[in-house]
Design a protein around this ligand. Structure first.
Ligand code: SF4
Length: 214
């Protein structure tokens, strides 16, 4: 049986990604992160609903250093939405290599966020993480290049999905299919996407570039 780590934000898409893989008999472990700007609270609930183990990692210091100077820049606010998942997935790769997982999966949906979830950005994130060929986006996999687990028969491509764009219609159908009772409502992102918070953080970093947040 294939074993995978699924990056669990606690949102609906990462829960659905886990379900799609469980449907194929894949053994799932969730992975979630604590930082200065987001935490694992929702992921804990989601892991409970899914009935899976959750690995929690605190990468606050490393994440803050990345936020101060992200190689691939910011989104509309102080949100480095390419380097941030890149860093999470780098950590996931370390765990995958150490603990013998076959691949890593996320709930990313092609085109859901035009800047960070287009084909090119998804490839960049994959490259940053070092997971080339071993990073699966089950909700959009049929629209993306074939991954190693699909090529070597650990995953059946036909049973992965082809969701793209911002409509959540297909996801809501899957909520019914999988009988999901509770899930976090889709938000715009973490604190770094909040305009007021971003403005304050920008000022802090201007005056105190070496700051450490408590
Ligand atoms: S919204 Fe926040 S947590 Fe999500 S990828 Fe962007 S920076 Fe990271």
């Amino acid at each position: 049986m294939a074993k995978t780590l699924v990056l669990l934000s606690g949102g609906l898409d990462s829960m659905l990604a886990a379900h799609v893989l469980m449907d194929q008999g894949v053994e799932i472990t969730g992975l979630s992160f604590n930082s200065n700007f987001f935490n694992t609270a929702k992921a804990k609930k989601a892991a409970g609903e899914l009935g899976i183990e959750l690995i929690e990692i605190d990468f606050s210091d490393e994440h803050l250093e990345m936020v101060k100077n992200p190689e691939h820049g910011y989104g509309k606010k102080m949100n480095p939405c390419i380097d941030c998942p890149g860093l999470m997935l780098k950590k996931a790769k370390e765990i995958m290599d150490k603990e013998g997982f076959d691949f890593v999966a996320t709930g990313e949906v092609l085109g859901q966020r035009p800047m960070s979830q287009n084909k090119e950005s998804l490839k960049v994130v994959e490259k940053i993480s070092g997971l080339e060929g071993k990073l699966i986006r089950p909700l959009s996999a049929k629209l993306l290049d074939e991954s190693e687990p699909e090529k070597n028969g650990k995953l059946i491509r036909e049973r992965l999905l082809d969701i793209s764009g911002r409509s959540r219609q297909k996801q809501l159908e899957l909520v019914k299919k999988y009988g999901i009772k509770e899930y976090a409502s889709p938000g715009g992102g973490c604190l770094l996407t909040d305009p007021e918070f971003s403005e304050k953080l920008l000022k802090i970093l201007e005056y105190w570039p070496d700051c450490i947040l408590a």
